[in-house]
Ligand binder design. Structure first.
Ligand code: HEM
Length: 411
């Protein structure tokens, strides 16, 4: 089972036969209790006293002194703020962030986002018409969530490419099995941008100013910004890519979307259930306990297999089928649950619904050239590309009708 831990999305259907909880050692020999069933994952998420969030951002590969030195040189500190904060300070910090991401403010971005996506999809369709393959990750999904986030929350003035490099480096440094050389390189990238965030946190406006007014230490403001940038855009661009890829293989759903017989929101929920960008999330036990009949010692790392919980046959009748609107489809745990449930859920849903609605037609005429590939990671899918081209049969038809047009216009 060890190999599966960092590539859970490739786990075969046989994992259904896994026990409800299973102890798995990682690449450095640390044991984790993997929780596979929906009811047990929920139980853990609901009990913040026994299952604390403190280890949410702990590095899976211990950070060696040399890399710590690099981080320290940049002034890197990550105190408990949001996802890893089980302390009484959490609700107030969360409330400030939640206000910035209020569903009303999110909804105000819909028209703007629709225009941006429509324009991009139009350009991509033109490229496809010209016979050019297009990368729906790089050219559509990668930076969209960052653009939207920047309209809701004041962020440091940095190129999208720089932010993406930083956030992807953070996901690798903390959640992947990494070799020493790579850790040093990642620490440099993460540390450098952390310093940018620290500068911005000193006098940035909006949500940052609200956090500054409330927080006892500037590190709290930086920590919140850090997590928001990682969680608030990388996850959604991953999700958009994975969902578009899944939809490309679901012609009946695409037909239904175009005909208006399948609801966009149902497609988004089924996507969150089947291809969540965060496949697992961690907690740590604060005392000896029992979970699903298994004794669990204090201090155990508990890995909640969110993606597998979404495929629990006790919750959905057709766990592996993409059936928008099927019973139980919305009961996935892609956003977690309880006190730390994702505050960006509404935002990512809005973004996904716009993208699905605007790309259904384009996807229906496309075929996959290169599916997304994701590197080893405990929690995050990090698709690298998703390339499509105009479907072959369509291309043949177009080629032959172009030929007909040409020969009929030839004197
Ligand atoms: C499809 C996209 C997303 C998924 C699947 C996702 C998933 C998650 C998960 C699993 C958690 C941990 C929940 C728990 O511990 O119970 C979380 C927490 C969080 N997410 Fe998201 N997220 C997404 C998008 C976003 C966006 C767009 C934002 C903000 C712009 C965001 C901000 C946060 C924050 C701030 C937390 C920490 C909440 C707290 O500890 O109180 N997420 N998310």
């Amino acid at each position: 089972m060890t190999g599966v831990l960092f590539r859970t999305w490739e786990a075969p259907a046989a994992t259904r036969e896994w026990p409800d909880v299973a102890t798995v050692a990682d690449h450095v020999g640390v044991e984790h209790l993997v929780v596979t069933r929906h009811a047990l994952v929920r139980q853990v998420l609901a009990d913040q006293q026994t299952y604390r969030p403190d280890n949410a951002l702990d590095a899976m590969t211990p950070v060696p002194v040399a890399a710590l030195r690099i981080l320290t040189r940049h002034g890197f500190r990550l105190p408990p703020t949001l996802a890893n904060n089980g302390h009484p300070s959490h609700p107030a910090i969360r409330a400030i962030v939640a206000e910035a991401l209020h569903p009303r403010r999110v909804e105000e971005q819909r028209a703007w986002l629709t225009a941006v996506v429509r324009e991009r999809v139009g350009r991509l369709a033109a490229d496809l018409d010209q016979g050019r393959p297009v990368d729906l990750y790089a050219e559509l999904a990668a930076d969209l969530p960052l653009l939207v986030l920047a309209r809701l929350v004041a962020l440091p003035d940095a190129d999208a490419a720089v932010v993406k490099e930083f956030t992807r480096a953070a996901l690798e440094l903390f959640w992947a099995p990494v070799a020493l050389d790579r850790q040093l390189a990642l620490a440099e990238i993460v540390g450098r941008f952390h310093a940018v965030l620290r500068e911005f946190a000193k006098d940035g406006p909006g949500m940052v100013a609200d956090l500054r007014a409330h927080a006892e230490s500037p590190d709290i403001v930086v920590g919140a910004l850090f997590f928001l940038l990682v969680a608030g855009q990388e996850t959604t661009s991953q999700f958009l890519t994975l969902l578009l890829h899944r939809l490309a293989g679901e012609p009946a759903v695409l037909d239904g979307l175009r005909a208006g017989t399948v609801a966009v929101d149902d497609v988004v929920e089924e996507g969150l259930r089947l291809v969540p960008p965060i496949v697992t999330w961690r907690r740590v036990t604060s005392r000896d306990t029992v979970l699903g009949g298994t004794p669990v010692a204090r201090g155990t790392s508990v890995v909640l297999w969110l993606a597998q919980a979404g495929r629990d046959a006790s919750v959905v009748p057709d766990p592996d089928e993409f059936r928008p609107g099927q019973r139980g489809s919305r009961r996935h745990l892609a956003f977690g649950a309880g006190a730390h449930r994702c505050v960006g859920a509404q935002l990512s849903r809005m973004e996904a619904s716009v993208v699905v609605a605007e790309t259904a037609r384009l996807l229906a005429g496309a075929e996959v050239v290169r599916p997304p590939w994701c590197p080893d990671n405990l929690s995050f899918r990090m698709p690298d590309a998703f390339v499509v081209r105009r479907r072959a049969v369509r291309r043949c038809q177009e080629a032959s009708s172009a030929q007909t047009r040409q020969s009929s216009s030839t004197p």
